[in-house]
Design a protein around this ligand. Structure first.
Ligand code: NDP
Length: 458
């Protein structure tokens, strides 16, 4: 059998096994398919990965913990939720990855996120393993007291797993500075330790400057690197950004720094289009301080219009109908399908840079890769800025120092350039120059896989 068909068979066998041992986990299967299929050219060249059963091992989390989380709501009712921590891979360092609080959270979603996190963390060049966690708890509409009690209940169990050189969670959807604060307080109370067991901490108690901005800023730095390959840049480009949370807000802010104009943002209720450009200070006030819906923006800003999700069929995301030069999907997984991708392209969009995790489905990715005049920055490379600065927060905590905004921002820029460079070089090495999906998967995988082989069969 040729090396090519042997490599393909190996990948297909492992993907089939994944489906058998993880039934009813379609989102995890999707993530595994995307990564594994692009590794075929690597396995053709390097039989050692099959010899050491690296794929068979890497698709299984090292440890998965599911725990009951109960808190008392403001009416005195006991509310029961599932809590999870998926510790996927520690070949490169302590487990690292965020916590998501959202009603859609389940093991499927967290396994997809944890799996992606392994390769993303590897790409940063920093020594961190991959993990993800969270709960099927919806923070929307909850009082501050309810949020605090939920976070304390969740952290009571989580504290048994985590530690500064063991497993270091951070934020994700529904988990920001407030939630990290409440969880860290509970961790400290239970363990009597003041250490860097969480990142995204408040600036006065161990947090790092730029952590809040890091994922959005990093995504824009990555977009600039992509554009440089076409002797182009962001200046003057109109941009649409899905979501209006942490990643979306700081993507919009950094786009202005580069002379681009963000014109649309969204949340799960709809999107706003502001022809004058998104007012980032207003967006921050509404979303970070008042925790309002995005429709409120259009009530305050006359140049903006709100379009409700009810105007669109369930399988379409309205924001992708807004003509733009560049799109930054920054809300959630599978929010951009083939029809959305075609609409973006036909309306003139020539750059898609993923701030969210796996926002484009497999058909949309294939479509983007088939267009030679479109630049595509896949999530695990483009949104790695958040975890990179989290690792810089860990470094500052360990050495009891804190670095200036400029210092951390410069390191972030260098890390994003490094990720782009190694991904681009790998795409070239494997015969598809500029295919950053292929390049980032191979570059991210290779480092973890080699570490797993070095460390023996564990
Ligand atoms: P936030 O909770 O701050 O914001 C999430 C935004 O996405 C909100 O506007 C939310 O709207 C919207 N959203 C969430 N779920 C859905 C849905 N099912 N349909 C439509 N809109 C939705 O999260 P972040 O900004 O931190 O995270 C956004 C994405 O970026 C996620 O995929 C996350 O995994 C990824 N990411 C985040 C990092 C970080 O540092 N924060 C790092 C790397 C990746 P609504 O409020 O209406 O739900």
């Amino acid at each position: 059998m040729s090396a090519k068909s042997n490599a393909k068979n190996y990948v297909n066998d492992v993907l089939n096994t994944v489906k058998i041992v993880s039934p009813r986990q379609p989102i995890f299967h999707q993530a595994a398919t995307e990564v594994l299929q692009s590794l075929v050219p690597l396995f053709e060249r390097e039989p050692k990965y099959q010899k050491h059963s690296v794929l068979d091992r890497i698709v299984l989390p090292e440890k998965t913990t599911i725990f009951r989380t109960v808190y008392i709501d403001d009416k005195g009712k006991a509310c029961v939720h599932f809590g999870y921590r998926v510790e996927f891979n520690s070949a490169l360092g302590p487990y690292k990855g965020g916590l998501r609080f959202h009603p859609t959270v389940n093991l499927d979603v967290l396994k997809f996120l944890g799996f992606e996190q392994i390769f993303k963390n590897s790409l940063t060049g920093l020594n961190i393993g991959g993990a993800k966690g969270g709960a099927n708890f919806d923070p929307k509409g909850k009082s501050d007291g309810e949020i605090m009690r939920f976070c304390q209940a969740f952290a009571s169990e989580l504290s048994k797993l985590i530690g500064d050189v063991k497993d270091v969670p951070a934020g994700d959807i529904g988990v920001g500075a407030r939630e990290i604060g409440y969880m860290y307080g509970q961790y400290k109370k239970i363990t009597s330790r003041f250490d860097g067991a969480f990142t995204g901490k408040g600036l006065s108690w161990g947090g790092s400057l730029v952590r809040t901005e890091a994922t959005g800023y990093g995504s824009v730095y990555f977009a600039e690197e992509l554009l440089k390959t076409k002797n182009d840049n962001l200046e003057g480009k109109t941009c649409t950004i899905s979501g209006s949370g942490n990643v979306a807000i700081y993507t919009a802010q950094k786009l202005y720094h580069y002379g681009a104009k963000p014109i649309a943002v969204s949340d799960s209720s709809g999107y706003i289009y502001d022809k004058e450009g998104i007012d980032v200070e207003l967006l921050k006030e509404l979303k970070e301080v008042k925790r309002e819906r995005i429709s409120e923006y259009a009530k305050i800003k006359p140049s903006a219009k709100f379009v409700s999700v009810s105007k669109y069929p369930k399988d379409r995301n309205g924001i992708w109908d807004v003509p733009c030069d560049a799109a930054f999907p920054s809300a959630t997984q599978n929010e951009l399908n083939l029809e959305d991708a075609k609409t973006l392209y036909n309306n003139g969009c020539r750059l898609v840079c993923e701030g969210a995790n796996m926002p484009s489905n497999l058909e949309a990715i294939d479509f983007f890769l088939s267009k030679k005049d479109l630049l595509f920055g896949p999530a695990k490379a483009a949104n790695a800025g958040g975890v990179a600065v989290s690792a810089l927060e860990m470094a500052q905590n360990a050495s009891m120092t804190s670095w200036s905004f400029e210092e951390v921002d410069t390191k972030l820029q260098n890390i994003m350039k490094h990720i782009f460079k190694i991904s681009y070089e790998a795409s070239k090495e494997f015969g598809d120059e500029g295919n950053i999906v292929l390049g980032s998967n191979i570059a991210g995988f290779r480092k973890v896989a080699d570490a797993m082989i070095d460390q023996g069969y564990i």
